[in-house]
Design a protein around this ligand. Structure first.
Ligand code: IMP
Length: 192
């Protein structure tokens, strides 16, 4: 019988991405699959802390092996902001448009446009915790370009490319992204 692993998300895209790599070996369950409708707390001040908090919530309440992730955009000239606050940079509305506008304003007149997306994953397996990290480096341009993706994708150009994540589209993004890199490390660990 396949081992069960809870992915602390209801994001079908994340689940598909992970089952494409791991589906043969593990049975992946979403929060919905385990009937978890709770608003899982994410109150830590680091990406790792939030990932751990979410994974611990599932492990402690459902007693199942699981993993959770958290992602942030870290901008060098802003000392790593918005970072763990990426989703609510411009307020609690989680409004991507407002978040991008605020970031572009903060960077106005700044020469250093270097930034990176960073994903932290916390896996809890038989009571032990493991952390994985995925990073994609790049830069923030000064106006939005492209219609694919979500969040800050229209203003982020990954290193080695001239197009934004939103112009590159999901097929390319999913092979080079922070999340893909973190998930790859997780999958290598689980397969090993
Ligand atoms: P989450 O931890 O995956 O929910 O990501 C937190 C926030 O970071 C999102 O609400 C987005 O604003 C931003 N973000 C995360 N991943 C991406 C991405 O792949 N592209 C653009 N923005 C992202």
């Amino acid at each position: 019988m396949k081992k069960k692993l809870v992915v602390a998300t209801n994001n079908t895209h994340k689940l598909e991405e992970i089952s494409a790599i791991l589906g043969e070996e593990m049975e992946l369950l979403s929060l919905k699959d385990i009937q978890c409708n709770a608003d899982i707390p994410e109150t830590a001040d680091t990406l790792e802390g939030n990932a751990r908090q979410k994974a611990q919530y599932i492990y402690n309440n459902y007693g199942m092996n699981c993993f959770a992730d958290d992602t942030g955009l870290e901008v060098e000239a802003l000392n790593g902001a918005p970072g763990v606050f990426s989703a609510r940079y411009a307020g609690d509305g989680h409004d991507s448009e407002a978040n991008m506008q605020k970031l572009l304003q903060e960077l106005e007149g700044k020469e250093n446009r270097k930034a990176q997306f960073r994903t932290a994953i916390c896996l809890i397996m038989d009571g032990k915790e493991y952390l994985f990290e995925g990073i994609v480096k790049g830069k923030i341009i000064s106006e939005k370009r492209g219609g694919a993706g979500f969040g800050y994708d229209p203003i982020f150009v990954p290193e080695g490319y001239d197009l934004t994540f939103a112009e590159l589209g999901n097929d390319i993004k999913n092979t080079i992204s922070h999340r893909a890199r973190a998930v790859e490390k997780l999958c290598t660990f689980l397969k090993g």
